[in-house]
Design a protein around this ligand. Structure first.
Ligand code: FNU
Length: 319
């Protein structure tokens, strides 16, 4: 483990940089619940020989993997779409939520490059086996699956949360950098490295109250400068080797500032298009690589047509 000295809101601390892609993952010592044993035995990476998704029942050997950043870029190019579907359906019983999710996926999958699932689906439906099966069907459609769990606790529970979602097949988890590295997100990055999955960090959220936390001005004791919290988080996304950074489409100016820091090394995911008022063109022009879109598609009377039209609009701005 390498270390580097960096500041966080005026407190200088030793930060251990993650070694993603290392060939020497650490052993996990936790006991594995019986219903997960299958997934654990056969699924170190969740992907097949060519870096492609194979249902866990047919995956038999360790694979050569790409990073999550590369998987997403590949998916964007293949689908000719940068739309990540937020599979958020109105609250309903578990059966209807599963059938509704399946229905939307079948309709819109040609127009999207990935699917994001939120706890609003996991809580009523359950991670094992129902959400796990939805993730399998997302993979069978050739798409990566992102878990929007906004991991936000102390290290040992963060580690367990990440492990559960990765074992369910998710390719990346969204995490909150406010909890910091040591005994915070370091264990999440360790699990991600071991299981070869992604971690996407919140850098500036899409809602108005985001300015109270992500938008506050913090003092960097090392340089003596004041800077916005989101710039500190963007720098952490680089030094922690995150696979993505979330910045709300509702704040294109901030997307631009974050993009200046990240360049194209860490792609920006922008939620908030449509229902929250964010605009496709301004988000992409400012530097968003992926647009996360939920209700504009899921609550549309014609989800496939709407997804296609959002995809086509976005493509007009993509390079
Ligand atoms: P839609 N989401 C968000 N803003 O909206 N993960 C954020 O800053 C963020 C998110 C998610 O408005 C939200 O949870 F970090 O219907 C939802 O799943 O298009 C989706 O993005 C936006 O949904």
């Amino acid at each position: 483990m390498k270390g580097d000295s960096r500041t966080n809101g005026g407190v200088t601390s030793l930060t251990h940089l993650p070694q993603k892609g290392s060939d020497t993952p650490q052993e996990t010592t936790q006991a594995t619940p019986a219903h997960l044993v299958d997934a654990v035995l056969i699924d170190e990476t969740g992907r097949g020989e060519k870096g492609y998704y194979v249902s866990t029942s047919t995956l038999i050997e360790r694979s050569v993997t790409r990073s999550f950043i590369e998987e997403m870029e590949r998916s964007l190019k293949r689908a000719h779409s940068n739309i990540v579907l937020a599979l958020d359906l109105p609250a309903d019983g578990p059966r209807r939520l599963v059938s509704g999710s399946t229905h939307i996926l079948q309709a819109v999958h040609p127009y999207i490059c990935a699917v994001k699932i939120n706890r609003q689906l996991v809580l009523p439906v359950g991670l094992f086996p129902r959400v796990q099966r939805i993730v399998e069907s997302i993979h069978e459609l050739g798409l990566p699956a992102i878990m929007d769990c906004k991991i936000n606790d102390v290290g040992h529970t963060n580690r367990a949360i990440a492990e559960f979602y990765y074992k369910a097949g998710f390719d990346a988890v969204i995490s909150n950098p406010f909890v910091g590295w040591r005994e915070g997100l370091e264990p999440v990055f360790e699990v991600a490295e071991k299981m070869r999955r992604g971690v996407i960090l919140l850098v500036y959220m899409s809602h108005k109250g985001a300015e109270e936390g992500y938008g506050q001005t913090v003092y960097d004791a090392k340089t003596g400068k004041r800077m916005p919290q989101y710039s500190v988080f963007a720098e952490k996304a680089l030094s922690w080797k995150a696979d993505g950074a979330v910045v709300g489409a509702t704040f294109p100016k901030i997307i631009g500032e974050v993009h200046q820091i990240l360049d194209d090394r860490v792609p920006i995911y922008s939620p908030g298009v449509g229902a929250q008022g964010g605009k496709i063109g301004s988000a992409i022009k400012a530097g968003a690589r992926y647009l996360i879109v939920g209700r504009a598609i899921t609550r549309s009377e014609a989800p496939a047509e709407t997804a296609k039209s959002i995809r086509d609009s976005a493509n007009r701005y993509l390079e």
